[in-house]
Design a protein around this ligand. Structure first.
Ligand code: UGA
Length: 572
């Protein structure tokens, strides 16, 4: 589903193709709708009913005119006609009053008032026709009683306001032509204001709780502006990449199924005319026209990717095939975010790109590791066989703001635990090592890779290596936490060491990390402190989270037969 396209289409219908005319989010749009311009096209069923009533009112006027003519030509029963008119007018007026009383919003009640006014105007214009008829037929002899009735009725009608004056309007409207003239003026004022607002909004992000800083977006000339697709763009890495590309002035399409991505990660761009969000799962094909594809989509945290291993495999395999097929058809350059996990539990340390890895093909991590390995294989098959321009980044442990609070990876877990003075949970004895890079360095690396000429796999990571035990203590110290450190059972196939060899990135991309682990942690801690303030309490995702809870029926089976349990675990 293209979230913004309907809104854009609506704007185009109303204002043509002016790029600044994309309607803003509702809170901005109210400025326009609340203005004393014409009621906008029906936005809901209720407003549609208003239009219907307006038409009914016009119809009544028209029918009255015809009826009066018919009756008068036969010169009978003007009193009946006038009574009839009175009843219709009263009915129309009652409807109008009811409509006025509905609608708590100013904008809506304004529209109601106008619709009510139209109704009243139409009803009275019908009576005016009767009046005219009466005068033109004054030489016709009428029964006295009928004439009196007609006069009374006309007096009542003239005392009824044609149109209720609306604040800000100079004159009340007497004809539709008058209304069109004034509304044209109002519309142009509203449009100007709207264009100004849109112009401003199209140069920056909007501050949100997740992203309080305003980011500026330059206006690139068409020849330099690229259309870029980011699969998994609402995730932790994808959303930071979105920021970078938006700040360069490109057009960004974020595609996400929101399994681990979060709408709030990209909320600050939702209003922007060069940003689009497409809610879509990469395992399904999609047709888009873009220049570049950053293919990030896949859960990356062990508890997340182990939650549904089949889905993880499908995402890496079918998802990558779909994106490669797209890249091939539209001749787009495509970058795959692969992972340090393709090295498995490495026997070579640090790991260069030339190392082939050590992966257990049937272990709990295999759905991710092997999925990414075959995704790499597909990339080079498409390059060699179909001439697709490919890039492959092998990402090492990355952290920073916008990590999901329930990500379950070591940095977010230890930070969230420390900030709440809860025990820091080390899996195993804590002697395993990881090397941590800050998110902005990774994003710079991905960007350098996509825009460079080197098309073989490249490690992107910070070689700053820690044992998990030392890292726990480090975070505890930085946060000044009173947390204890606890040791839980090791997770299966957990790599014992990991550190990137980044010689290739330095040589081919001129890239190396700039942000120290300490600086990065301080920013991340500040972020999670804000998240915690909002959330109250967060229980980080633990080891158990990687398995879906057995359904009631399954648990019953498990109790009866231990073999059944084994079967269920294997199926999962
Ligand atoms: O962050 C990343 O970029 C990488 O994270 C994961 O790899 P992994 O190294 O297992 O990530 P973590 O879950 O953060 O685990 C790191 C180490 O900390 C340990 N850990 C984790 C969480 C925790 O609460 N306690 C704890 O001791 C783990 O057992 C592991 O030894 C993903 O599998 C990779 O795809 C991804 O590139």
């Amino acid at each position: 589903m293209v979230v913004l396209s309907a809104r854009n289409a609506a704007a185009r219908r109303r204002f043509g193709n002016n790029p600044y005319m994309n309607p803003p989010p509702n809170h901005v749009g109210e400025g326009f709708h609340g203005h004393n311009g014409p009621p906008p096209p029906p936005r809901c069923r209720f407003l549609g009913q208003q239009s219907a009533l307006l038409l009914v009112g016009i119809g009544i006027g028209y029918l009255v005119a015809i009826n009066v003519g018919d009756y008068s030509s036969s010169n009978v029963g003007l009193d009946v006609i006038v009574k009839n008119l009175e009843q219709r007018r009263a009915a129309a007026s009652a409807t109008a009053t009811t409509m006025e009383s509905v609608g708590p919003m100013n904008t809506v009640s304004h529209q109601h008032r106008e619709a009510a006014a139209h109704l009243r105007g139409d009803a009275s214009s019908g009576v005016r026709v009767a009046d005219n008829h009466r005068r033109t037929s004054s030489d016709v002899e009428l029964e006295d009683g009928a004439d009196v009735l007609a006069n009374d009725s006309i007096k009542k009608d003239t005392s009824m306001p044609d149109i209720i004056p609306v604040a800000g309007k100079k004159n009340s409207h007497n004809t539709f032509r008058d209304m069109e003239g004034d509304d044209d003026e109002d519309l142009s004022v509203a449009q100007k204001r709207f264009v100004e607002t849109q112009k401003l909004l199209s140069t920056q992000s909007i501050p949100t709780p997740t992203n309080p800083h305003v980011m500026k977006t330059p206006n690139l000339p068409d020849s330099k502006r690229k259309k870029i697709l980011i699969t998994g763009g609402a995730g932790f890495v994808g959303s930071h990449l979105t920021d970078k590309l938006m700040m360069e002035g490109h057009e960004v399409i974020v595609l996400d199924n929101f399994f681990t991505g979060q709408r709030k990660n990209v909320e600050h761009w939702m209003h922007h005319p060069r940003f689009q969000l497409v809610v879509h799962d990469v395992t399904e094909p999609i047709m888009l026209e873009v220049d570049e594809i950053y293919h990030l989509a896949c859960p990356a945290s062990p508890p997340h990717y182990q939650y549904n291993p089949v889905k993880t495999i499908k995402t890496s395999t079918m998802g990558t095939i779909n994106m490669l097929g797209l890249a091939y058809r539209i001749k787009a350059k495509i970058l795959l975010t692969s992972t340090s996990e393709i090295y498995g539990d490495p026997q070579v340390h640090p790991q260069p790109e030339t190392y082939w890895g050590n992966v257990n093909t049937i272990g709990p991590r295999a759905c991710y590791d092997e999925g990414k390995r075959v995704a790499e294989t597909m990339m080079y098959a498409y390059k060699n066989n179909n001439g697709v321009d490919v890039r492959v980044a092998r990402i090492f442990n990355t952290f920073g703001p916008r990590m999901h609070p329930n990500d379950g990876r070591v940095v977010s877990n230890f930070v969230i635990q420390s900030l709440q003075d809860k025990p820091l949970t080390i899996y195993g004895d804590g002697s395993q090592t990881r090397s941590f890079q800050y998110i902005s360095d990774l994003v710079d690396g991905l960007h350098a890779l996509m825009n460079g000429r080197y098309d073989l796999p490249v490690n992107l990571g910070n070689p700053d290596e820690y044992t998990v035990k030392d890292f726990a203590q480090y975070i505890k110290d930085i946060t000044g936490s009173a947390s204890e450190i606890t040791f839980l059972p090791a997770t299966k196939d957990d790599p014992t060491q990991r550190k990137p060899n980044i010689t290739t990135a330095k040589r081919e991309l001129g890239w190396e990390p700039k942000v120290t682990v300490k600086e990065g942690l301080q920013k991340t801690i500040a972020y999670f402190a804000r998240v915690l303030e909002e959330a109250g309490e967060i229980i980080p995702t633990g080891q158990e989270a990687s398995k879906p809870k057995p359904k009631a029926a399954d648990s019953a089976t498990v109790k009866v037969s231990p073999e059944a349990k084994l079967t269920i675990a294997d199926d999962e």
